[in-house]
Design a protein. Structure first.
Length: 264
């Protein structure tokens, strides 16, 4: 929008708003209200008078009909722009979290991401804050309104374990016992696999599969929430997973760490 790109246009709009909501007979008071110099206000008033936007009536500065019409038109355009931008950005002003402690309605809370869950603590400082919409006991679901800031995230790590093709020679030599010892040494919060061989391997080595559908986006979301993810991945899909992680990292300030493992 022109108003946002052009400082002069924005200042003219602020002057018109001030003149339609308050009475000003002196440029000094107008300058103090807008936090600009008297000389600056004087120059604006000369230009705006010439353009028919303001006039001085009996020693008092007023917006003309043309000035009021411009003010209303620009404010409506600005409002529409802000509303459409908010919808496009999917801005969230309420959310649900787990109460980290007992919380009273109306109490200020700090929001933290813990093991993949959003947790609210009363009175604790955080990069993201809000107000409890109701009372809740520790461990209960709490609605939080009037959100401010963004929750600080510390991404987890994705470990991709290569599983050989079932028809390849490496599959016949695959040592499940050795794989189990290796996998149990990895710090893992979530196990993911969309492949039958992966589910079979997980069962044999005593791992519970948490994600078995839409594995790539689910693994990325889990890692962004701070969880360490193990993906039991067929050899022919490893490149796809690495590409997905790299693409996601391109848009993230805090990158998701990853590595690939195999028995070879």
């Amino acid at each position: 929008m022109k108003i946002l790109r052009d400082v002069r246009e924005a200042t003219k709009l602020l002057i018109l708003r001030e003149l339609t909501t308050h009475r000003h007979s002196r440029l000094r008071t107008l300058a103090e209200k807008l936090d600009i110099t008297i000389q600056g206000v004087s120059e604006y008033m000369k230009l705006m008078t010439k353009d028919g936007l303001v006039r001085n009536v009996d020693g008092e500065w007023r917006a003309t009909r043309k000035g009021v019409e411009l003010l209303q038109a620009d404010f409506i355009a600005l409002r529409d722009f802000v509303e459409s931008s908010i919808k496009g950005m999917d801005i969230v002003d309420t959310c649900k979290a787990i109460a980290g402690e007992n919380v009273r309605e109306g109490e200020g809370v700090g929001l933290f991401m813990e093991t993949g869950d959003l947790v609210a603590y009363p009175g604790r400082d955080s990069s993201s804050k809000g107000t409890a919409a109701h009372s809740a006991s520790k461990g209960e679901v709490l609605a939080v309104r009037e959100l401010e800031g963004i929750v600080r995230l510390h991404p987890g790590k994705i470990t991709i374990f290569r599983i050989p093709s079932a028809r390849g020679t490496h599959a016949r030599r695959f040592d499940v016992r050795k794989a189990g010892k290796l996998l149990k040494r990895i710090e893992v919060d979530v196990v993911a696999t969309s492949d039958l061989a992966g589910r079979v391997l997980a069962r044999k080595v005593g791992l519970d599969v948490d994600i078995s559908f839409s594995v790539l986006p689910a693994a990325l979301e889990a890692a962004q929430r701070g969880l360490n993810v193990l993906v039991l991945c067929p050899e022919d899909r490893v490149a796809e997973f690495i590409g997905g992680i790299e693409e996601s990292n391109a848009a993230l300030e805090d990158k998701i760490a990853y590595e690939t493992l195999s028995l070879r």
